[in-house]
Design a protein around this ligand. Structure first.
Ligand code: 9Z3
Length: 387
């Protein structure tokens, strides 16, 4: 039946069908309405001020295995890219809606919250029992504090959390739709590490998945006793029912693909906003090809490709608005780094990079480059609208 629908229905209707089905089957997060109200006020406020606004998505999306979730599948992302980018967008004059995985890194607090040391290590006891920043940390902390207070005082940062993949998709759709009146000055910067697979609700267990047959056997015998039959003797397997020897079960997880909603985002949820997606790969050979494929398939405005191993050192921009472009932190291990590294149009060999993180945050280069393309995009759309 489904395959008949798939072969006979035009692709745009299929995307709409997939959307209707997915959002009806996967319930919205409980705070969606509250988040929508906050986002609406925030967007109206900045729209009136004619400020550019960006939705930054950040962190991993969980895939619950149970409705009352004890276990879930997750991914590596701590939200560094998103939280760091949000700070540079604020610096560039954007208002930022920061849609992030709960408890992942946040703009500003990221400098202290997930530090290897405890945040208390940045503090010391001052005179008269007060608490102050340690002398060696004070200058930097003051710098971060001023930027943080500036964002708070000017109401330029709205922080909204999500947990699961379906929470993320509900929130993304709602915020993108709310941003529609901004037209091309709305920017969607999708840095969250979005799961490609999930357990559909009709196959999801309500309760914690059991690792032995003990509970099942217990329920069976309880039911049988309640019905006052002697059947329990026949159906009851001695081995399974013995609490002394519970049989351990292996767990086989069957995941469905998450529908590709980028098409719906580009065509329906945000038809005028500039859409920037990230493409994450681990195989350097396929990165640029996959980024181009994504752009071709969804017809959005910029794909930023990055490799897991080198994502803090380099990214590649693939966009119809400009030629392909690598953005790199010069490798200090290379003698003529500043020129040679920038010219390369191939991914760098991770083995050639020094251990640890670069001194410069690559987002300090990414955001001005995105901003430049955004300006170009706004001009293109405005020219088209006038014609
Ligand atoms: C990214 O590629 C981000 O840059 C990272 C950031 C997740 C690598 P960290 O949190 O990592 O700073 O450690 N995000 C997008 C990944 C993604 O799920 N993209 C989808 C895909 O590759 C397309 S929307 O198919």
């Amino acid at each position: 039946m489904l395959s008949q629908i798939q072969t006979e229905t035009p692709p745009e209707d299929l995307a709409a069908l997939a959307e209707t089905h997915y959002f009806a089957a996967n319930p919205p997060p409980k705070d969606l309405e509250k988040h929508v109200a906050l986002a609406r006020d925030f967007i109206n406020f900045h729209s009136a001020a004619k400020r550019r606004l960006v939705l930054v998505t950040s962190g991993g999306t969980t895939v619950p295995l149970e409705k009352q979730t004890v276990r879930f599948i997750d991914n590596f992302s701590a939200g560094t890219r998103g939280a760091t980018s949000a700070e540079y967008f604020l610096e560039a004059g954007y208002a930022v809606i920061f849609l992030h995985r709960q408890f992942s890194l946040l703009p500003f607090s990221r400098h202290y919250s997930h530090a290897t040391d405890c945040f208390l290590d940045f503090l010391r006891e001052g005179p008269d029992g007060s608490v102050v920043a340690r002398d060696e940390d004070a200058a930097r902390m003051l710098h971060v504090l001023r930027k943080y207070r500036n964002a708070r005082d000017r109401n330029t940062l709205l922080v909204l959390p999500f947990v699961s993949i379906s929470d993320y998709l509900h929130e993304l759709r709602s915020v993108a739709q709310l941003m529609q009146p901004l037209g091309p000055s709305g920017l969607l910067y999708l840095a969250a590490a979005v799961s490609d697979f999930f357990v559909p609700p009709e196959r999801m267990s309500e309760h914690k998945i059991q690792s032995t047959d003990v509970a099942e056997a217990f329920k069976k015998s309880k039911n049988a006793r309640a019905q006052k039959t002697t059947e329990d003797e026949e159906t009851f397997d001695n081995f399974d029912s013995s609490p002394a020897v519970p049989r351990s079960k292996s767990l086989v997880i069957d995941l469905d693909p998450v529908p590709k909603f980028l098409k719906n985002l580009v065509e329906g949820w945000s038809p005028q906003g500039m859409i920037v997606s990230f493409k994450l790969e681990t195989d350097p050979e396929i990165l640029v090809h996959k980024a181009k494929y994504s752009l071709d398939r969804y017809q959005h405005h910029l794909v930023i490709g990055n490799l897991l191993a080198t994502r803090k050192w380099e990214v590649v921009f693939v966009s119809p608005l400009s030629p392909d472009r690598w953005i790199r932190i010069p490798n200090p291990a290379e003698s003529h780094a500043s020129t040679a590294a920038v010219e390369k149009d191939e991914p760098v060999d991770p083995k050639s990079l020094p251990d640890g993180e670069p001194d410069t945050e690559i987002e300090s280069l990414i955001i001005p480059a995105v901003q430049e393309l955004h300006t170009k995009y706004i001009q293109t759309v405005e020219a088209k609208n006038k014609a």
